[in-house]
Design a protein around this ligand. Sequence first.
Ligand code: NI
Length: 167
Amino acid sequence: MEEVNILKAGHPLLKDRSEDITEFGSEALSELINRLFMTMRSHHGAGLAAPQIGISRRVIVYGIQNNPRYPDAEPIEETVLINPEIYFYSNVENEYYEGCLSLPQLRGLVPRANMIQYRARTVDGEHIDKTAFGFEARIIQHEVDHLEGILYPSRMQDMSTFKYLEA
Ligand code: NI
């Protein structure tokens, strides 16, 4: 499979609201999912949303397994969420330095809900309704933001924490 480029902040597609997937179990959908996982792994990302590879559709993937970008993170199973919708956010939040493959080398402190409840569809179109906590909840919130055209700097409350990793 060819190398897939990740769109960088400033690209208009990253500011659009992505469209729902309406056809499940198609070859086009599994190809999109494969490209997302391949691209996420090759860039050592913890998650990736379809608009980041130029596809304005509501598909996200995430997962962490021995990831050098997140050496201290607990492993998270590789997951696909289609048309995800977060319908509950806990009042309790935590702050953590987030990164994004569309803003390479940068990190910023972002508050996110500790716990979320969300609905989504699987690859085959099955409905799921789940709860996520901690880092997984953070990743889902970050990736769902991508589907709304939102990048994490818009979620930061203290811009003085926005910095280059190397600094
Ligand atoms: Ni991102």
